[in-house]
Design a protein around this ligand. Structure first.
Ligand code: ATP
Ligand code: MG
Length: 426
């Protein structure tokens, strides 16, 4: 392709292409996040990439940054108001309600994986198109369920070899104690010296102010009332149980009284995983309990808890810790044919090897021996399978061990079995 063509077609701002070999780490991260969920009885769910915009107004919240600033909305030719999904929870809950899953055995445990879209200011670790793996447990209020999800996320990070991450934990109270706290917080915040935007936030979404990253705001928050000092007995007891279950499972956490989610339907347990090698985009995942969300989108009371983990940032975290995953998608055998007859014979053997479960590749494009051997070496394959006219006349192919350099002639009909045996697959 010429440069002139390339310069017209760049990936849009805030997006990037996943390309081998980096894409391998991405797939491995997704799998590592999914595996503990599958073992814990979470079923896979997939929802559309877009929804009625109203679902996110209700299900994410009209006062949140996600909805007011970050959502990609569109009007279809038929006049429907849609939005590219900015997150997964609202869609998954909508799908579960629509399919009446909440009428069956509870909790309904679901996991998902996919692309999400937010119109953000692009920077390292912050994209306009990004990927999450998420999990939701719908319809049960049980501290063991909150603990289960947190443990599964921690186990996923650990299974990837990550060490420099921390779990921040808080409780947001419930509909009994939160309103009292919210009012106390508002009284405190109204007396501060804040800009107009923040003053408005104090009225709509006061907990979010605690989360403000600016020094000028943080300085004034010393002495602000904290939810943890206002929890009712029920919430206190619930939170203590979550903490005890995490401790028993060997999952370390830090109590963070300022960790919040702004909306009233988020209750009790809230948490975030941060990685210390990522600079300011440090959150690699987060979640919490959302006991009021179902009612917000027209469903019955359905206390639930869930999380979403950022795949892109987890890949960056692996890089920050210099972790190389053993992704092993390489060919074990690379076929190097010399001449047309050998092409046919080796192509057949490559197909047979693949069908028997051995990763195999072929020197396409009619390369000469030297270039074909270069490709074999570059592929990372353990063996080159070489044949020319003379070999075929003798009914053999040469199997060359690319590590030791040792070469063995093998009868055509013995190749697959021998390769499998050598690879420990027999
Ligand atoms: P942040 O505070 O970094 O904006 P968030 O609170 O908006 O994160 P959530 O909505 O909780 O994030 O999403 C869960 C995870 O998805 C985050 O912890 C992060 O790893 C990832 N994530 C969120 N937004 C982006 C983005 N724009 N680009 C890449 N990853 C993202
Ligand atoms: Mg955000």
């Amino acid at each position: 392709m010429t440069t002139a063509v390339l310069s017209t077609f760049y990936a849009p701002k805030g997006t990037y292409d996943l390309i081998p070999p980096d894409s391998e780490a991405f797939l491995a991260v997704r799998e590592a996040m999914a595996a503990p969920l599958e073992r814990a009885g979470y079923g896979y769910v997939e929802t559309p990439g877009f929804e009625h915009v109203e679902l996110f107004f209700r299900g994410v919240g009209e006062s949140t940054d996600i909805v007011t600033k970050e959502m990609y909305t569109l009007t279809t030719k038929g006049g429907d108001e849609l939005a590219l999904r900015p997150e997964g929870t609202a869609s998954v809950l909508r799908a579960a309600l629509q399919a009446n899953l909440h009428r069956g055995a509870l909790p309904v445990k679901l996991w998902y994986s996919g692309s999400y879209y937010r119109y953000e200011r692009p920077q390292a670790g912050r994209y306009r198109h990004f990927s999450q793996v998420g999990a939701e447990a719908l319809g049960a209020e049980d501290p063991a369920l909150d603990a289960e999800l947190i443990i599964l996320a921690a186990d996923a990070y650990r299974s990837l070899g990550l060490r420099n991450f921390r779990l921040l934990l808080n409780s947001l109270g419930d509909k009994e104690c939160r309103p009292v706290y919210r009012a106390a917080l508002q009284d405190f915040l109204r007396a501060l010296d804040l800009d107009e935007d923040t003053r408005r936030r104090v009225e709509i979404n006061p907990l979010r102010v605690l989360d403000d990253k600016r020094d000028a705001v943080q300085k004034q928050l010393t002495g602000a009332p904290m939810m943890r000092d206002h929890l009712c007995e029920g919430c206190k007891e619930y939170h203590e149980q979550v903490r005890a279950l995490l401790t028993a499972a060997g999952v370390e956490f830090e109590d963070d009284p300022k960790l919040v989610r702004g909306l009233d339907y988020y209750t009790r347990t809230t948490f975030e995983f941060v990685h210390d090698g990522l600079g300011s985009q440090s959150a690699v995942g987060g979640g919490g309990r959302y006991d009021g969300l179902s009612e917000m989108i027209g469903g019955p009371a359905l206390p639930s808890v869930g999380w979403a983990l950022g795949v892109d940032r987890t890949v960056l975290a692996l890089r920050a810790e210099n972790i190389e995953l053993d992704t092993a998608s390489r060919a074990a055998v690379f076929a190097v044919p010399l001449g047309d007859e050998a092409r046919r014979a080796l192509f057949g053997l490559v197909t047979e090897l693949r069908r028997s479960g051995v990763a195999a590749d072929f020197a396409y494009g009619g390369k000469g021996l030297k270039n074909a051997m270069k490709s074999a070496n570059r592929s990372g394959a353990r063996y080159a399978m070489v044949a020319g006219e003379r070999d075929l006349a003798e009914g053999v192919v040469q199997l060359k061990d690319l590590e030791s350099g040792e070469q063995t002639p093998l009868p055509l009909d013995a190749v697959v079995a021998e390769v499998r045996e050598r690879l420990g697959r027999a």
